[in-house]
Design a protein around this ligand. Sequence first.
Ligand SMILES: NC(=O)c1ccc[n+]([C@@H]2O[C@H](COP(=O)([O-])OP(=O)(O)OC[C@H]3O[C@@H](n4cnc5c(N)ncnc54)[C@H](OP(=O)(O)O)[C@@H]3O)[C@@H](O)[C@H]2O)c1
Length: 269
Amino acid sequence: MNTPTLPALGLGTFRLKDQQVIDSVRTGLELGYRHIDTAQIYGNEAEVGQALAESGVARDALFVTTKIWTENLSRDKLIPSLKESLQKLRLEQVDLTLIHWPSPQDALPVADYLQTLAEAKAQGLTRLIGISNFTIAHMEQAIAAVGADQIATNQVEIHPFLQNRKLIEYARTQGIHLTAYMPLAYGRVMQDATLLEIAARHGVSAAQVALAWSLQQGFAVIPSSTRRENLASNLAAGKISLSDAEMSAIAALDRGERLANPDFAPAWD
Ligand SMILES: NC(=O)c1ccc[n+]([C@@H]2O[C@H](COP(=O)([O-])OP(=O)(O)OC[C@H]3O[C@@H](n4cnc5c(N)ncnc54)[C@H](OP(=O)(O)O)[C@@H]3O)[C@@H](O)[C@H]2O)c1
């Protein structure tokens, strides 16, 4: 069986529910997205599954990610919860399953739930496994538990205002791929003067520049949108090539602005 690679441009579905998520996924698939990112906690796996089934896109052309919620990390819950996700998604196997967050307060050891996730992979429930919101310390434990080559990606918040350099450097030394979530800083990139200026120079939008900046560093990006025109332009961001000077100008925008920081978040790097 071919090991699927993680498509660099994916479609996020956080916050999107009911008809809105069905419409977003349907339009995204029409436009050419093939990588869809959902999670147990988003409460939309069934609607994502419906949109996938109704699209007529061949299963082997799709790359579907879900994430195990913190309440399902224990050995007795993880695999049954993934089976439930598969049922909702109407799939026999997802392409990628992530641990959504490290166990809050590290109540459960990383090695335990990573090994259970590896077991889910061995059972054929998921083609790839990975992690999300893992700090360097958590990544070290994950690597010790299952090996870096088993970890398809660490999905973390990265955008021009939170560049996460320490974590990125560590991931690079270990050969671990990164996926940038909230790559548009939830729409805030549209107001930044530097990004707007670079965008004007290329005749594109600030959102596209932010996505190109992540893609050019080798990260996958998973922007979300409810609008066809935004979905289409985000997908086209892969065609933009930023100069070294433009990449440096964007590097200077880092201000450690973290948008996803729930009370159970780990101690960030
Ligand atoms: N692993 C995790 O813990 C985690 C946490 C957060 C997010 N995520 C994943 O990352 C995905 C992306 O994050 P996100 O949805 O929170 O934020 P985001 O993708 O950074 O931003 C989405 C916002 O930007 C707007 N937008 C999208 N494209 C645009 C464009 N071309 N021009 C102007 N505005 C645009 C959208 O509005 P419109 O609908 O009006 O276009 C929406 O309000 C999520 O959907 C989820 O799948 C994962």
